[in-house]
Write a new protein. Structure first.
Lengths: 787, 292
């Protein structure tokens, strides 16, 4: 036992489904979200938004807006004179073209919904009256509304500086001799996949409440963001302030899913308006703007092929993929976020000996794309899993068996994509998933259904998910702003209670519970005596926030290290009181214990010395009890993995896809809190099913958004999402401080491929294969009708 | 998503409400009646509807309730909520009108059903709304109060097109009357998500002979295949053939309905898909109606 491990008579909290500490306030309506905060004298902001997708703005007249009763001010780009947001990659011009996103559009609009002016009024009603009074004249141009249109030779350019409307174009990993591999392979299968544009759809829309504090000489910006420090950096830069003069505070958050891990233009404009007016200004995005004018994701097009030998061993993978990233590069990830994720990770869980990929980001006249839970992995996993299904059919091999023959089983494994995979349970999760469905009788039921003329299908998706990206991995993406580390500060007060401030930002992931479990175990404290503090840029030097399933792997490690450092100080204090060596002091049960004579000093007693009786401190030990630690990952990260198995029944009359069984076998290393992990799986799977069967952000030929409410954007409800069975495997991570891997995104990654495979399995007798999502009931009904 | 400015009026009694509507309409002030607000308020928030005056009839308790008159006709006050119908006890809503109660599960979600009203749904006249379909199927009469006094409008003359009815701007729908019992009727529909407006909705009212097996007539109505809910005489002709109830008859009825309609194509479904849904749903409604 190392000295810092908890005392043995206290059960560890890590690994237990401790109740969520967030729930009492959230479930009783006592959460505090940005929109719940009312500062005296608050004004309300909304945005005049472009009504056409592509145009030169010939005039923008706000004079009538300013006359509307209740309107206090209206500002356009010239009024606010703010710097642009520009996201960059350190790549040559042939690979990446940086483009600037103005906070408010100037002479050109690039999507319907782009903000042109901010209107501020005394109440949320008057501000909308004000919006209606804006007079905007456009010289409309032909809108680019798809990747095909974007790449057409005569396409208008969305950004003059981006030829062929291409923001990123990389060709990678062209394994020598790959053409020969395909030419000589006994089996080559291909697939053409298109996935629909989606909205990550946090329940809480975006929001901001900005107010200048004269006493602190500081702008306070309350906003639901996954990345508080990055918002501070961009706000300070755009507003021309020192970073010290901006404090970003994050109240409770109703989800983010990636949509809130980029810096938007509205929060900066609201801050600028507040500075101008010297009054608090609040903006709460309405649902229509959230659906049409925030950040979107997932619209991708793959032309992929794979070569196999006669026994079903994959020989090569060759892909051309295009991501429609909309009108602008998001900060800090850029328009490369989706294509770079897909191209670097696509071989996934399989031993692919030869790989070639061309990955492009095209720009179109649609609201820009941001990361969305899973980022490209739901798409490329679907593509790869479709290829394996096709090869299995072609070669007459069972679809599970063909996967088994190709899964990585010897770890660490360095793939053809130059990524080293740490140990996982790829084969074990597939075996358990299949065994579960077999033992439950679904294979037999599929036979029975076929005999009765019903359409039952079984589908799988196997995947791993790189989590805990450190600075090394992000630097490989050539991001100019390189995330990676995170920082935690542990502070014990005079009463022995612990507060840990983190740079990560829970927006539904239960960090107040899970991070507290880690810290409590480290010091042997009751959970009730630990608070996690997050979302305050003044509390932590810098933090990268919560995205890419990094928080528990990276942030949780920093929490453990910070608590451990604090423990060292407690040990030092106790050792000096007892005049023993520090390694004779054990920590646990809220006290230090002398291993030699069993005497104890409680944490409050030690804290009293540290703060109130500092004359007793040993020489060289500073007063107070606090410790800061950072953690980073200096290898390729750690890979969570899972297999999803789905059984669907297709209803002939309506084409409805009914999911009759869903099994997820996941491995995220040490699960800090299994119930929280399951919650992450379920929510993710729901979003994956949404992408496979329900949701699509659609546009008309002019680029006008046509899904403006939940009537048209068909987010599934709890009634459409089936019961989900979850089984856990545990392959601890060797280099995170807790053995945990990330668990935030896996659900979304496996679901679309597994659902699509199950639908295609059910459609097998018809000869029809569907490779486009979302799959609508009408498409299925058509396929069944044709049979 | 905040409404444009409007003047709010709370009606204290029926006469006051109609008087106000007449006055406002005479001044071309564009009044709109507010009942449960489940469609109107959403449209106002999108500023798709911008009435200058809202006349809130929510306090007119005389418009709330369910009763059966001496002739056996069922009266539903316009302010009766979907949820009140769904939960109506048997003494208020007997077996002969059970189709109304059972159809309520298709209306939106529970919170919508607890606020949305029968009259509001009829006056709003969505082509797939359950009440519009039921009124069409069962020859309901709609009782209207306005400047011209009180009048009863048969459902067949009430719905005129997309969100368009025979209700004048100075008139108030106060009651819907279902004149006769329909013990063998059923409504069913399809939407991809629970609680959505139907892509297609079908309702069937079977007339059974004394033997309980022979179908001697019936009515078939469809929503989502035209601008307003429609009866389908071609399908009803099949039911009038005097055949024995069963798969063959119901399939023929569904087929006739599918062939008779000329549905629109839109994002929710193509004409062909809606026609196939119509066939399936009519068959299903026949089966459920017969099983009652």
């Amino acid at each position: 036992m190392s000295p810092t491990e908890p005392h043995e008579d206290r059960a560890a909290l890590v690994g237990t489904s401790t109740r969520r500490r967030e729930d009492p306030r959230l479930l009783t309506g006592r959460g505090t979200f940005t929109d719940d905060i009312h500062l005296p004298g608050t004004l309300y902001a909304q945005f005049v938004r472009a009504t056409v997708a592509s145009a030169t703005v010939t005039s923008l007249d706000l004079s009538a807006v300013r006359e509307v009763p209740g309107v206090v001010a209206a500002f356009d780009a010239a009024d606010l004179a703010l710097g642009d947001i520009t996201a960059r990659l350190g790549r040559p011009a042939a690979e990446f073209v940086p483009t600037s996103m103005p906070i408010l559009a100037r002479d050109r609009v690039r999507y319907a919904g782009e903000p042109l002016a901010v209107v501020v009024a005394r109440d949320p009603y008057a501000v909308e009256d004000g919006l209606e009074a804006a007079r905007v004249s456009y010289a409309p141009e032909r809108a680019v509304t798809s990747d095909t249109e974007a790449l057409a030779p005569d396409a208008p350019l969305v950004h003059a500086e981006a030829p062929a409307n291409t923001l990123l174009d990389v060709s990678m990993f062209a394994t020598e001799g790959i053409d020969d591999v395909f030419a000589e392979a006994p089996c080559v299968v291909d697939v053409s996949v298109r996935t629909g544009r989606q909205n990550a759809l946090p329940l809480e829309t975006r929001a901001a409440l900005a107010a200048w504090d004269d006493r602190e000489e500081q702008l306070t910006l309350r906003t639901p963001t996954q990345v508080p420090h990055q918002v501070r950096t961009v706000a300070a830069r755009c507003l021309g302030l020192d970073e010290r003069a901006v404090r970003v505070l994050v109240p409770d958050m109703g989800g983010g899913f990636g949509l809130k891990c980029v810096v938007g233009r509205e929060e900066i404009a609201v801050a600028a308006a507040s500075l101008r007016l010297g009054r608090p200004v609040k903006w709460t995005e309405d649902r229509k703007d959230a659906l049409t004018a925030s950040f979107l994701a997932r619209e991708q097009h793959y032309e992929a092929r794979a070569a196999f030998d006669a026994e079903g061993h994959v020989l090569g993978l060759d892909t051309d993929l295009i991501c429609d990233m909309g009108a602008y590069s998001c900060y800090p990830f850029t328009a490369g976020i989706e294509p770079l994720m897909a191209s670097s990770e696509m071989p996934g869980v399989y031993k692919v000996p030869a790989y070639r990929v061309r990955a492009r980001a095209v720009t179109t006249n649609k609201a820009p794309s941001a990361p969305y839970r899973g980022v490209s992995r739901p798409q490329y996993v679907m593509v790869v899993e479709r290829l394996f299904e096709r090869a299995a059919r072609e070669l007459g091999i069972d679809p599970v068996e063909i996967r088994r023959r190709n899964l990585i089983t010897d770890f660490p494994y360095t793939g053809v994509n130059n990524v080293t995979y740490d140990p996982g349970s790829y084969l074990e999760s597939l075996d358990l998933c299949e065994r579960t469905l077999r033992e439950e009788g679904w294979y037999a039921r599929r036979e029975e259904a076929a005999a009765e003329g019903r359409h039952l299908g079984i589908g799988y998706a196997c995947f791993s998910e790189r989590t805990g990206y450190g600075s090394t991995a992000f630097a490989q993406r050539k991001m100019e702003v390189v995330p990676g580390f995170d920082i935690a500060e542990a502070r014990m007060d005079v009463t022995g209670a612990l507060t840990v401030s983190t740079g990560t930002m829970s927006h539904g992931q239960s960090h107040e519970t899970t991070m507290a479990q880690i810290a409590a175990d480290e010091l042997g404290l009751d959970l009730a005596r630990v608070r996690i503090h997050q979302g305050d840029t003044d509390r932590v030097t810098y933090g990268w926030g919560t995205f890419a399933s990094r928080s528990i792997a990276v942030g949780g490690s920093a929490v453990r290290l910070a608590a451990g450092k604090l423990g060292e100080k407690l040990r030092l204090l106790a050792a000096s009181r007892w005049e023993v060596a520090p390694d004779r002091v054990e920590l646990g049960d809220g006290r230090a214990r002398n291993a030699d004579d069993g005497s104890t000093l409680s944490y409050p007693e030690l804290a009293e010395i540290a703060y109130l009786k500092s004359h007793l401190l040993p020489k060289g030990v500073e007063p107070g009890l606090s410790a800061t630690a950072s953690f980073d990952v200096f290898n390729d990260g750690t890979f969570s993995n899972a297999t999803h198995g789905v059984v669907v029944e297709l209803h002939e009359a309506t084409g409805q896809v009914e999911i009759v069984r869903y099994v997820c076998v996941e491995d995220c290393g040490v699960a800090i809190n299994p119930q929280v992990v399951e919650g992450q799986c379920r929510g993710g799977i729901a979003q994956g099913i949404a992408g496979a069967l329900f949701e699509e952000i659609t546009y008309d030929a002019q680029g006008e958004p046509s899904a403006t409410s939940f009537m048209d954007y068909r987010v599934p409800t709890a009634l459409e999402i089936p019961e989900i069975g979850i089984a856990h495997l545990e392959t601890p991570c060797a280099f995170t401080e807790t053995g945990a891997k990330g668990a935030g995104e896996g659900g979304t990654i496996g679901a679309p491929g597994a659902v699509l495979n199950a639908v295609n399995d059910a459609l097998r007798p018809t000869g029809v294969e569907l490779d486009q999502t979302p799959i609508t009931p009408e498409t299925v009904a058509d396929a069944l009708e044709r049979a | 998503m905040k409404p444009a400015p409007f003047t709010y009026h709370r009606a204290r009694d029926l006469d006051g409400a109609t008087r106000l509507l007449v006055e406002l309409e005479a001044r071309e002030e564009d009044p709109k009646v507010l009942a449960g607000g489940q469609s109107l308020v959403a449209m106002m928030n999108f500023r798709l509807a911008r009435p200058a005056h809202l006349v809130d009839i929510g306090r007119l308790d005389c418009l709330r309730g369910i009763h059966t008159d001496a002739d056996g006709a069922l009266h539903l006050g316009a302010l009766t909520t979907h949820h009140q119908v769904e939960r109506a006890p048997a003494e208020l809503l007997g077996r002969g009108h059970a189709v109304l109660r059972d159809a309520m599960r298709w209306v939106g979600h529970l919170p919508i059903r607890t606020r949305g009203t029968v009259g509001g749904s009829l006056a709003h006249a969505d082509a797939t709304a359950e009440w519009c379909l039921l009124a069409t199927l069962l020859d309901a009469e709609l009782v209207v109060h306005g400047g011209g006094g009180r009048r009863r409008v048969p459902a067949a003359e009430f719905f005129l097109g997309y969100y368009t009815t025979a209700l004048g701007a100075d008139e108030l729908l106060t009651e819907v009357v279902f004149p006769r019992e329909a013990p063998h009727a059923a409504l069913t529909e399809f939407a991809q998500r629970h609680g959505d407006f139907a892509t297609v909705a079908a309702a069937v009212d079977l007339e059974l002979a004394a033997d309980g097996r022979t179908v001697c007539g019936g009515r078939v109505a469809l929503g989502g295949v035209a601008a307003l809910p429609v009866r389908v005489p071609e399908a009803e002709a099949v039911l009038a053939r005097g055949d024995t109830a069963g798969d063959a008859l119901f399939a023929a009825c569904g087929q006739a309905a599918a062939e008779a309609v000329d549905p629109p194509s839109d994002d929710a479904g193509s004409a062909g898909y809606r026609r196939r849904l119509a066939r399936t749903l009519v068959v299903q409604a026949c089966e459920e109606a017969f099983a009652r």
